[in-house]
Design a binder for this molecule. Sequence first.
Ligand SMILES: C[C@H](O)[C@@H](O)[C@@H](O)[C@H](O)C(=O)O
Ligand SMILES: [Mg+2]
Length: 443
Amino acid sequence: MVRGRISGLSVRDVRFPTSLGGHGSDAMHTDPDYSAAYVVLETDAGDGLKGYGITFTLGKGTEVVVCAVNALAHHVLHKDLKDIVGDFRAFYRQLTSDGQLRWIGPEKGVVHLATAAVLNAVWDLWAKQEGKPLWKLLVDMDPRTLLSCIDFRYITDVLTEEEAFEILQKGQVGKKEREEQMLVQGYPAYTTSCAWLGYSDDTLKQLCTEALKDGWTRFKVKVGADLQDDIRRCRLIRNTIGPEKTLMMDANQRWDVPEAVEWMSKLAEFKPLWIEEPTSPDDILGHAAISKALVPLGIGVATGEQCHNRVIFKQLLQAKALQFLQIDSCRLGSVNENLSVLLMAKKFEIPVCPHAGGVGLCELVQHLIIFDFISVSASLTNRMCEYVDHLHEHFKYPVVIEKASYMPPKDAGYSTEMKEDSVKKHQYPDGEVWKKLLAARGN
Ligand SMILES: C[C@H](O)[C@@H](O)[C@@H](O)[C@H](O)C(=O)O
Ligand SMILES: [Mg+2]
């Protein structure tokens, strides 16, 4: 039973100095400090349950998102949780249609990241009150209620609510068996933690060798800054993992369209399954042109981690601009908007391979993709979820990986809660970790 009125919202700027070790580095983000705007919702229900929500950011960007969360707070404060989730579509619209704030969006950029953080906290609270992990809350929800969480505005030309209902109805068949399958086998994952751009060749080789021993069979490597480096690194990885294992490449938006095609023709000998974010995330037709040009090389295009909203995903699907769709739990407007994208992907039969990593993204997105398999896609063909082995120790309910698969979370909620001690230490700029670092840098 959903209960209580939202009596408090706090948001904190939490940063981890990952750039010091080159973790997370790519062709465009050379010194990322994995960070989060961390939202906590309290209620007057007297049950001690709180809702925790994050959105993933890099370093300085966090302070801007924190401002945006504060600007949205009045929409949530003093609301009954029952009224929020009872008409979740209306609440989503209220947040995304704020007459003044939408001007700096709409449904994109900082204000949308802030929306994600707030709504992720609402979903965490809801799942906790129902005593279920979020994936299970979604799996058990009747289709009509699920659809009442989605804003179909701007996507009815490709997916109406009735079509979405039919998809969910079809998904009911075999649902129990698929849930069993997930609980036993988990959801297949691939690793990105072996091959950040800032890692030396020795580190790369060592991490790939260790990952192979741990049972990983799918690997992603960062490319895009220097062709000769890419050739050397990709050769090293291919030789280490062998010809049968799956390799993906990620350029993080580094190239122009013709450059992407040319560059990938030089890397084709290493047999990548996909090239991720070859160019600007906003260039739908550019992605379509690259997709078309890479067909003869057997390379697909993957994108989505910086895809603004459901409208851009709709057009990427309409334009046949991607072969692998990468949802992100913190870039889109939380579970609500991700549900609409999962349903569109199902309609177009494009496999969803979520973006994860960062701080907390694995914890969150595992819920969405496990739900997707059980209730929507019903398939594992060409599907896998990203995994990155950083910062899980800061979460109260960290992901569980077994045999290179995500095991479904068992604790109630959205796995968003961080350890208070970690938050305190990493809060910027007053946490212990930053005080020391800033002093050492002479700030
Ligand atoms: C800055 C980040 O580490 C990105 O490089 C990362 O999210 C990446 O694009 C990925 O696909 O994991
Ligand atoms: Mg990427």
